[in-house]
Ligand binder design. Structure first.
Ligand code: BYC
Length: 472
């Protein structure tokens, strides 16, 4: 097990010249033991000594970022990788558009930039904490391995952000790096920063919907940050996206396999619960929960923070190059807002609507996946359909937040609090639903075995069969 705090290129694969950067080495050497004890305390419980068939990034080259081998999780080599810099790169949007990208923190934006990096960083350890008990109820060895892959890579993503804090933000960056190991998901006194990252993940259904919807927020946020004029952030997040794709794959195909299993049982004419499956209405409720929690991660519909992030060139849009106007000094965004209790259409300055623009891209991508799940239902002769709830449903941030005393049903219609309370158990997992889904969660990890509530995957990892001993 890695316990000593010697930082070397061999231990920490990197392309940031770590071995010649004494200041960074010293900072990391202080942080590493705390990181490792955090990992032992609140990382995957019960499996730290197992060999797991993991993918490790050992370089940014195409043959180096996906190196597969058996590794014990505490020995995973948490690397630091940035995509290579581009010669002559300029800022692609906002007030500084066309100026050379920054390789040092621009003084006037220091606080804003640190805040963006800390918010992003905070989600990574939070997700590991949320998922720490799931290994014990894995539906197959294949799934268990995917869980641990996601966990170690979220750990690496924390490293990626801590590298930025320690390299570019001096003393307060080092303090923020320590604080990232002190907050805890769901803790009353020291919670994680964003809502969804304090939500318990007690079942694999939560995990699949989390990696589907919440990791997908990560995709869009990372894309937006990969446009940043602060080039080290852009290059770091660009590389993180290569790993993030697998996390979303785990979620999207995971839900699809649950849908497939449910549909198979329905097609056979048997009772879904009697066969140990998840009834479609329960799946729909978990979908409603995690989609709405994840929508909150885009922030308010109208946000001066978002306008400032864009104006300063720190955070762009999803694939900024797809737009014609990168300054956005004029132009409006038409959105529905609440005025005097009524829903009305209103034009707001586009810069202030950047959270909503990103959410639009996100919702479209989520709809694509839901369409795919519905094709799976169709393939098994089922006419029922899963649907994305309206974006006003069950919100806790922004204009339609329930905290503002407004409630909406899954179709987006305004309802009063009594109707919300009466409808809630039909729209979101009830205590009985949670108890039922929890009752399905049993460790099913003999080679080739699979739990009753999920179909096996169509193929294994890295060309290996499903029956492969992914964890031993
Ligand atoms: N929960 O101006 P507003 C990932 C706060 S996921 C709690 O509308 P803004 C991953 C907000 O901070 C991607 N608080 O928000 C996935 C503000 O506070 P102050 C993570 C919230 O700033 C799975 C106030 O409400 N990356 O990588 O425009 C596994 C007013 O808000 C929430 C990022 O988030 C919330 N949901 O936008 C592992 C990117 N939403 O100023 C990893 C970096 C808002 O009143 N972060 N608030 O104290 C950002 O770009 C922005 O901070 C946000 C919020 C988009 C999150």
């Amino acid at each position: 097990m890695t316990t000593s705090a010697v930082v070397s290129d061999d231990k920490i694969p990197n392309n940031v010249h770590l071995s010649s950067d004494k200041r960074l080495q010293r900072a990391l050497e202080q942080w590493l033991p705390n990181y490792l004890s955090w990992w032992q305390d609140v990382g995957p419980e019960g499996f730290q000594a197992r060999d797991v068939y993991l993918r490790t990034a050992i370089s940014v080259e195409t043959d180096g970022w996906a190196h597969f081998d058996y590794v014990k999780m505490p020995d995973y080599r948490w690397g630091i990788f940035l995509v290579p810099p581009e010669e002559g790169k300029t800022i692609g949007f906002g007030d500084h558009m066309g100026q050379p990208v920054w390789n040092e923190v621009p003084g006037e934006y220091r606080n804003m930039l640190r805040r963006i990096i800390v918010t992003q960083a905070d989600t990574e350890p939070a997700s590991v904490e949320q998922q720490r008990l799931l290994g014990k109820t894995a539906p197959s060895l294949y799934d268990m391995r995917n869980l641990f892959q996601v966990n170690v890579e979220e750990g690496r993503h924390l490293w990626a952000m801590v590298y930025l804090l320690q390299s570019y933000f001096g003393k307060d960056g080092r303090e923020e790096a320590e604080a990232l190991l002190e907050r805890r998901s769901g803790d009353q006194d020291k919670p994680r920063i964003l809502g969804a990252f304090n939500q318990p993940i007690t079942t694999w259904l939560d995990f699949f919907f989390f990696t589907m919807f919440t990791d997908r927020d990560g995709k869009f946020q990372l894309y937006a940050l990969s446009e940043s004029g602060f080039d080290p952030l852009a290059r770091t997040t660009r590389f993180m996206l290569t790993e993030e794709a697998h996390h979303m794959f785990v979620g999207e195909t995971g839900v699809d396999r649950v849908v497939a299993r449910t549909a198979q049982i329905m097609q056979s004419g048997k009772d879904v619960e009697a066969e140990g499956g998840v009834p479609l209405p329960v799946l729909q409720k978990y979908l409603n929960l995690w989609f709405s929690l994840s929508e909150d991660l885009f922030g308010g519909e109208i946000s001066s923070n978002a306008a400032d992030f864009f104006a300063s060139g720190l955070k762009g849009r999803y694939k900024e190059a797809q737009y014609d106007d990168h300054k956005v000094l004029s132009g409006d965004y038409r959105m529905t807002v609440l005025e005097g209790g009524a829903l009305v259409e209103k034009d707001v300055p586009l810069r202030t609507a950047m959270n909503e623009v990103l959410r639009d891209n996100y919702v479209e991508d989520c709809q694509r996946a839901v369409d795919k799940w519905n094709r799976t239902l169709d393939k098994h002769g089922q006419s029922e359909r899963l649907v994305l709830p309206h974006r006003r449903f069950h919100r806790q941030q922004g204009l339609f937040s329930m905290g503002n005393g407004v409630w909406f049903d899954p179709a987006g219609r305004r309802i009063d609090e009594a109707a919300w309370l009466a409808g809630k158990a039909a729209w979101l997992p009830s205590a009985a639903d949670v108890a039922y889904v929890e009752s399905l969660m049993k460790s099913t990890i003999g080679p080739g075995q699979i739990a009753s509530w999920v179909a096996p995957p169509t193929r294994g990892i890295n060309g290996q069969p499903f029956e492969f001993q992914y964890v031993r």
